[in-house]
Each structure stands twice: as structure tokens, then as C-alpha cells.
Design a binder for this molecule. Structure first.
Ligand code: ATP
Ligand code: MG
Length: 562
């Protein structure tokens, strides 16, 4: 399992942890802390979910408690097993473990049904025949009370009979609902006789065709929490107004426990969309290559892009847990990523846009093995061998025939150091018939291997690979998926704000030979270019495909530190 040193266990106390500390001091829940992460398998997890995962699993870790994984699977028409599997993989990848506690709300369908029957018997629920449209009209508004359903006073025996027949499949979708009998005049709309069950003749990924009535989220969630003896049910702020219903339902029933719901603020980002509906639309309309496209804010997308689990956990710690909704600068997450990659990514050289250099005074056919550190600050990573030869490639952007002022790289008649190797001077430029530069003729100062002789000043250092010993690879340069800071803003459709340059595929890039051994998901710093990782799916043994994870420039850190 990955390094967990930076998980929530070392995070400063947030308001939820303060509540838990108080509960423990007062001996509440017999000193237990038990949380759950409750995803609905209707899409892949995104970075917002990571905040909830880190909070729920991290809180359990911090207090020596437990955290369950529970699929909230009450909407079969939108759910499927592909989503279930990807959610499990993403949580494990983040470094968390639900051990043997994997549950589905659908595990409780029988119990939920029995509790519903108990509510009917107690006169606390009734079968309602209002259509969805009529029910909306009866519901009232924020300023006007609702009206009682004509079915509200139906006899208990008749409710029981109708509910039995709903379950038996006697009625088509939408003909009846089971509703709680609370208060149609409540200022809280969630308490105006909320629907507990609806009819859906729909196959379910866990229960097959056993059910044609499905419980609603609000009814299911609190009872599932209670059945699992959850102590602290952490959810996002939009559920604050649902808390009275959560408590009402548990108060009516002989459930084994009454968990405490606590709300916290969602994580929102600039330059992306995070609603599952929109992410699914991007996938369905093929605006991205899939849920795991490296530009997607999904955990599978971030993973494929090269994000480390530790960087995401650190980021979630840094964002903290509060009651105030806010938009976090995506630069902050990129900062956490760079910090982690700087520490753990070995260095290597890759020339993205090769320009040939021939060293006229270097022996033909000689292959000189140059040993370079894999990491400048971590000797334990050891050395790699980079072959040096007469013919090399440098990047096109590292040569300027007519350099602007202050240009420090290679220019006609000028000198530059090849990283870890020799100082070279450009003597001649070779052009093709249409005037493009195709090759540079340079001379190599053989007295300068790895170091400058006394008094010698060479400003620029550029990266390089051998022309004959390097390998050709494909490199995919990714940028933000949206050009607009807030794609969800009111003006226009979010899809019109997609960045047309979010993916550039480069062919014919050249890497030092050691990079051919790169394993899928292995991450590197390509010197002077950025952090890259070998694509999980498209890399073949000996032929990696590299994804740009993130560039080297950390503008966020600069802004924060003044
Ligand atoms: P929806 O319910 O619209 O499909 P959701 O984002 O709420 O989308 P869930 O699968 O229900 O998806 O979310 C699982 C858990 O993750 C919930 O407890 C939810 O509150 C939490 N969560 C979802 N999005 C965020 C976010 N942006 N920040 C923090 N927590 C989130
Ligand atoms: Mg939800």
C-alpha cells in the first residue's frame, strides 16, 4: 500500500474532529467512531469525492475507528457494475481500505421494506395516488404551505394492502407512492410528506428483478447508517435541510442506533465541471476519450494523467473541512502534485521536438556511457547510463538563429552545455531546400565533461539524447479541459468553453534508452520539460507512451508566497 504518512491522521483538527473528540470525552457511542463513504454507482468518482473519502476514511484512521464502503444503489436505471468496479478501484488507489465492510443499500431492501410496513402500521406512512405533477402542486412553496393529499387519511389496512400490491408488481410505474405522514405545512419542504417508495419496473445490478418498488435516498440512507451502527454520518451541505427527515425517520423506528449527521462543504474547482451528469455527457458525446481521459477530474482520469495518490491526499488535507462552500484554485492541487513528484519522480531526458546536432570533432561510431543521477536530492535512486554519441538531438526550441535579447540557449557561434555532458559550440546551420533548419554542425569541447574548467562561463544548459541510441516515443501533451474559469457559469453552454488545445499528440519524440523500460504508470521528470507518466493502457512492453502530467512552473506557490 502507498505511503500514508500524510493522510488525515496528521491533519489539524477540523470542526468534525472537534465534535468527535467531544463525543468521545462524553462516552457517546461507547467510545466508537464509525464512518462510511456512500457513493452512488452512477458514474466514476471525481476529485470532489476524494475529499469525502479522505474525510471519512481519514477520520476513522485518526480515531482508531472503522469506515465502511456502502453503495447507495437505490436508482437502478442510472447505475451499473462498471461504475461499482471503478469506484472500488479508485478508493483503493487513493490508499484506503474498507476491509471486509463492503455494503450495498440494496443489501437492506428487505429490512427497509419491513420498516416501511411498520411505519404504515403505526399510521406514519400512507400510499398516495397523486401523479408526480399533482404531488408537486400539492407540495406548496417556500412561502406557501402544502395541501394534504386526498389519500392522507386512508385506512391503515388499505395502505398495507396497496403497499403489498405495489411490491407484487400489480401497478405500473408512477401510479402510487408510499409517503411519510409528517406535516404538509412544515416550513421545511423535506418534511411535507416525503416520498419513501416509488414503483420502478427496473432490473437492478445487485438484486436483479426481485424488486419493482425502490426506496428513496432519504429513507434509505439514514436506516442504512443505523443498521451499520455508523456513529458519525458525514455528508455535504446540501443535506443540511434533510437532517430533520433523517432524524424523524430514525425516531419512528426500532432501529439499532441513531447516527449523527454532520454536514461539510463540497469541494469545488475552477476550470472544470464536477457534476456527474456533465461528466457523463462529456463521455457520451465523445468530447473526451472516456471517464478515464487524463483531462477528466475523475480519480481514474487523474490517475491516468500521473497524479500520485499522496498528492491528492495532501491536497485534501490542505483544503481542510469547513462549513463554507468555496471554489478552490486548481493550481493548489497542481502545487501538491509537483511537491510530491519532485520528491519521488526520477529524472530522465526526452527531446519532444528533435533537431539534429552533429559534433564534427567527436569520433564517429563512439558510444560513451555517461552516468547520471536518477535524482539530484535522493542518492538511493541510483544512477542511469545515458549514451553520448557524435549525432545527437536537442529540442528545436533550444536553438535560435536570430536570438532575442537574453536568450541563454544555443545560437550561431554560441556555446551551451549539454546536461551532464560536454559544452558545445554551434558552427554551422544546415537548411533544406525550403529553408527549414534540419541540422546543426557543432564542435564539442572535450575538456568539459560534466564540469566547467576554471574560469569558463557557460550560461545555458540544455537536454539532449543520442540520435543513434535514443528511442522514438509518442508523447501526449495535456492542458486544462476548459479555457473558462467557471464553465458552469450562466453565459452559454459549458461545452462551448472546452479548451480546443487540451490535447496535443507528438510523434517522433526521442527518449534516452533507460526510458524504454518504463512500466505503465511510472512517473518521471523529463528534465526542463515537466512531469510525465507512462500511460496505463496504451504503453506496451518496451514501447511506452507518455502523458504530460504537469509542467514544472508552479505559479500557485509563487502567488501564495508573495
Ligand atoms: P449525485 O448524487 O448528484 O449523483 P454526488 O456527487 O452527490 O452526485 P455521490 O455518489 O452521492 O455523488 O457522492 C458520494 C459522497 O461523496 C456523498 O457523501 C457526497 O456528499 C460526497 N461528495 C460528492 N461530491 C462532493 C464534493 N464535490 N466535495 C465533497 N464531497 C462530495
Ligand atoms: Mg449524492
Amino acid at each position: 500500500m502507498s505511503d500514508l504518512s500524510s493522510s488525515a491522521s496528521s491533519a489539524p483538527a477540523n470542526f468534525i474532529h472537534q465534535i468527535i473528540v467531544r463525543d468521545l470525552e462524553q462516552g457517546k457511542n461507547g467510545g466508537r467512531v464509525h464512518t462510511r463513504f456512500p457513493p452512488e454507482p452512477n458514474g466514476y468518482l471525481h476529485i470532489g469525492h476524494a475529499k469525502s473519502i479522505c474525510l471519512n476514511f481519514g477520520t476513522a484512521q485518526k480515531f482508531g475507528g472503522k469506515c465502511n464502503l456502502r453503495f447507495d444503489d437505490t436508482n437502478p436505471e442510472k447505475e451499473n457494475l462498471e461504475y461499482v468496479e471503478s469506484i472500488k478501484a479508485s478508493i483503493q488507489w487513493l490508499g484506503f481500505d474498507w476491509e471486509e465492510r463492503l455494503f450495498y443499500a440494496s443489501d437492506y431492501f428487505e429490512q427497509l421494506h419491513a420498516y416501511a410496513v411498520a411505519l404504515i402500521e403505526a399510521g406514519k406512512a400512507y400510499v398516495c395516488s397523486l401523479s408526480a405533477e399533482a404531488a408537486r402542486a400539492y407540495r406548496g412553496t417556500l412561502t406557501e404551505p402544502g395541501r394534504n393529499s386526498p389519500d392522507r387519511e386512508r385506512a391503515i389496512a388499505q395502505n398495507l394492502d396497496l403497499f403489498r400490491r405495489m411490491r407484487a408488481g400489480e401497478f405500473p410505474d408512477g401510479t402510487y407512492t408510499l409517503r411519510a405522514k409528517i406535516d404538509m405545512a412544515s416550513p421545511n419542504l423535506n418534511l411535507r410528506d416525503p416520498v419513501l417508495y416509488r414503483i420502478r419496473h427496473q432490473h437492478h445490478h445487485q438484486t436483479g428483478d426481485k424488486w419493482c418498488i425502490y426506496p428513496m435516498y432519504d429513507y434509505t440512507h439514514c436506516i442504512s447508517d443505523a443498521l451499520e451502527n455508523i456513529t458519525h454520518s458525514l455528508c455535504t451541505l446540501e443535506f443540511e435541510d434533510h437532517r430533520p427527515l433523517y432524524d424523524w425517520i430514525l425516531d419512528q423506528l426500532a432501529v439499532p442506533s441513531h447516527p449523527q449527521q454532520i454536514e461539510f462543504a463540497r469541494l469545488n474547482f475552477n476550470y472544470t465541471v464536477m457534476s456527474k451528469r456533465k461528466l457523463k455527457q462529456l463521455v457520451d458525446e465523445k468530447l473526451v476519450s472516456g471517464w478515464n481521459d487524463p483531462r477528466m477530474p475523475t480519480l481514474e482520469g487523474l490517475r491516468r494523467r500521473g497524479y500520485t495518490p499522496a498528492s491528492i491526499r495532501n491536497f485534501c488535507d490542505m483544503v481542510g473541512v469547513t462549513k463554507a462552500n468555496s471554489v478552490v484554485d486548481v493550481g493548489m492541487m497542481e502545487h501538491c502534485l509537483r511537491e510530491d513528484l519532485d520528491r519521488c519522480a526520477p529524472r530522465a531526458m526526452c527531446v519532444l521536438r528533435p533537431l539534429k546536432v552533429v559534433l564534427s570533432n567527436y569520433p564517429q561510431g563512439q558510444v560513451e556511457p555517461i552516468s547520471l543521477a536518477r535524482h539530484p536530492k535522493d542518492d538511493s535512486m541510483g544512477q542511469r547510463t545515458v549514451p553520448f554519441t557524435r549525432e545527437l538531438y536537442i529540442d528545436r526550441s533550444d536553438f535560435e538563429a536570430s536570438p532575442p535579447a537574453g536568450y541563454k540557449r544555443l545560437v550561431p557561434g554560441g556555446e551551451v552545455r549539454l546536461r551532464g555532458a560536454y559544452v558545445i559550440r554551434c558552427d554551422d546551420i544546415i537548411k533544406n531546400a525550403v529553408g527549414d533548419i534540419v541540422e546543426l554542425r557543432c564542435s564539442c569541447d572535450l575538456a568539459t565533461l560534466g564540469a566547467n574548467p576554471e574560469g569558463r562561463k557557460v550560461k545555458g544548459v540544455i537536454h539532449w539524447v543520442s540520435a543513434t541510441q535514443s528511442r522514438e516515443v509518442e508523447v501526449r501533451l495535456y492542458d486544462r479541459l476548459f479555457t473558462h474559469e467557471n464553465p458552469d457559469s450562466a453565459e452559454g453552454d459549458y461545452r462551448d468553453k472546452l479548451n480546443p488545445d487540451s490535447l496535443k499528440v507528438l510523434h517522433g519524440c526521442r527518449v534516452e534508452p533507460s526510458l524504454c523500460e518504463a512500466q505503465p504508470e511510472e512517473r518521471f521528470q523529463f528534465e526542463r520539460e515537466g512531469y510525465f507518466c507512462a500511460d496505463r493502457f496504451d504503453s506496451k512492453p518496451g514501447v511506452p507512451v507518455f502523458n504530460l502530467t504537469i509542467g514544472l512552473r508552479d505559479t500557485w506557490a509563487k502567488i501564495q508566497n508573495g
